[in-house]
Design a protein around this ligand. Sequence first.
Ligand code: GDP
Ligand code: MG
Length: 805
Amino acid sequence: MASLGENLLGIVNKLQDLVFNTIGNDSLDLPQIVVVGSQSSGKSSVLENIVGRDFLPRGSGIVTRRPLILQLINVPSDNDAPEGSEVYEPHTPASVESQGEWGEFHHIPGRQFTNFQDVKREIENETARIAGNNKGINRSPINLKIYSPHVLSLTLVDLPGLTKVPIGDQPSDIEKQTRNLISEYIAKPNSIILAVSPANVDIVNSEALKLARHVDPLGRRTIGVLTKIDLMDHGTNALDILSGRVYPLKLGFIGVVNRSQQDIQGNKTLAEALKSESDFFKHHPAYRNMANRCGTQFLAKSLNTTLMAHIRERLPDIKARLNTLMGQTQQELASYGDMHFNGKEHKGALILQLMTRFASSFISSIDGTSTEISTKELCGGARIYYIFNSVFGNSLETIDPTTNLSALDIRTAIRNSTGPRPSLFVPELAFDLLVKPQIKLLEIPSQRCVELVYEELIKICHTCGSTELTRFPRLQGKLIEVVSDLLRERLGPASSYVESLISIQRAYINTNHPNFLGAAAAMSHVVTKKQENEKKKLLQEERERREKRRQKELGATNGVDGHEEEDEISEKAEGLPHRSKMHKSGRSASPHVRQNGTSASIAERIGQRAGSEMQFSAQANPKDSFLNYFFGKDGAPGGGPGVGQAASSAQNPNLGRHVSQSAEPSITQSIRRQEERNTHRSPAQQTRDEDYAREYDYNSPFGNNTEPALTDREAMETELIRALISSYFDIVRESIADQVPKAVMHLLVNHSKDVVQNRLVSELYREDMFEELLYEDDAVKKEREKCERLLKTYREAAKIVGEVL
Ligand code: GDP
Ligand code: MG
């Protein structure tokens, strides 16, 4: 039994030593002894006696004002027996003064206090530093380790004593605060409560027992200590209490005599004190017979025994706890990665592994197969998709292809493109001239799309590091650098490809594109817009004209050709204006035209044909190109079935007249009017015409502005060109919206994905760089080393514990 006890003690010494020296905290929850009692009951004195050193501040006032966690660590003395036989050496006067002991404070790491008077002073200073100078108490503990061959490795906690009345800086609830503080320490099941009560105060008033009873109602882990036995009234003794008849505690009561205040002032040594204590019990008539169960030495032995029993009880828990700690530490260590690499091959393999992981993390982030997909924000591939569809898509959508083109710009373009000759109809060259710069508007958003994806890829490569990679900041930096270089290299080709996509679009304006509105449809588009206003206006004009003509016809010869007749019929039938009439009497029919009747009638026929051809084209084949519209596909009018689904504007091409109430009359009329002017007049005449028109154009939106007003034809042409530009621009926009993302994916994203691994290997897998790349981050290195140390400690502790059972 004794050998087992010694064995256990050795084990606890080792465990405690191991745990305290390497870890610095009591992660194993090893047993500790907590001293409780009222103010000045002699707690500090008892502790001091157990330690065998005079180092605790003591006195009559409130002295202990912060918890003092005192870790006693048994260190073998120089002349000690070899390890394994180290056991607690009970205090003897001889051993008290021996050397090889020192104290260390947690708040002053590394400093060894060999002079215990300095230890005492430091406790006082440190108490004052936190708790102030005026009696206040503070719950933050002072940690002190005492290394000595003469102590049992155990933890003792000295606590402020219980007081009833606040003094000095103490708050009004000082009693409650102290009580809570004490309870906190003694409530732990691994603490043995040393309940100190002065013998000169009735035990029934003992605060210590009251507190201990609260947390240990069965009295299993409470040792009663009766101090100041020497101060009891003459004629009284503590025999009843010491024998356990007054208050039941399984571990019993032990009487002690500590140094009195006078002894302390008289510099009575601990050795002398222990001697006189033992003399006191040996010679006292009441305690003589039980002297071997009294005094500090017996208290130390009892604590020892109790502690061992306690340890035996706690060992399974400690074992389980050790296993948990080992598991946790191992896991933590694993997160820092395996550090036991040496030799070039091993290092190379590690670098290759980290590189591969980085590359595949880069790829999987883009592909969206990464295991660490954020749910908070879009990342990786999803961001790229978002850039393509939302950012790029929207920025293309918001471009208005004609917003920067004023009516005058368009007119200038039209004029310039016709050169010295007047153009027949809407000048194709002008459309070409105008639409090309507009396509250029797509370039900025397209290039921005390339840049955004590039930036996103750069971001992705910055987030590709694994925990293990953070160990090697230089390697991580290099990996990012190489991938960034790769991406930057690809930025050029992607960007210039996109640039050429735009140039390609500008190189050839495909008016044959199936989705292109075509002149006819554009015309009808323009017309639809104008229709409402013009219809009203024309109806009004026509009414006036008809009235005039009727009056004129009354006095005219009967030389009306069949054509006119037909017109007349249709006109009457429809109640709509006829072009030939309109051109004669309309405001755009200038005096020149009226003088040149023959030309006018030829032009009229051409106009009719062109008008009907336009109708036909618009219905039967809206995809017809521009030129087809102007000059006809086969040079002959009609031939096709003049009826399309747009029945409202249906027309018989052979008759070349309108039978519908749609806007066609007004538009064909205006075409004819303009065609007439253009084909039969010199530019000079035309200009004069325009001046004339401007001067008399009641319809001019510019009125008397300094800006030259648009003629009717110009206004129509401008509208037409706008419609055509919009239509064509939509086609190009759609194509760019489709092609740019494809190009970016191919040239930038996929290419980078494909070559990243090879690039990393070729750039970084070089033997002469291994050392440099595997430079470890200091902080991580320290953490890992700490972890390794912990694990080693826990393993040893587990081994120690394992040897016992
Ligand atoms: P604490 O406040 O509980 O820590 O009490 P201390 O250990 O500071 O002791 C208070 C005072 O009582 C000090 O002056 C001690 O010298 C004195 N004292 C403590 N124990 C004894 C004892 O057993 N006998 C005598 N005569 N005085 C004691
Ligand atoms: Mg004290």
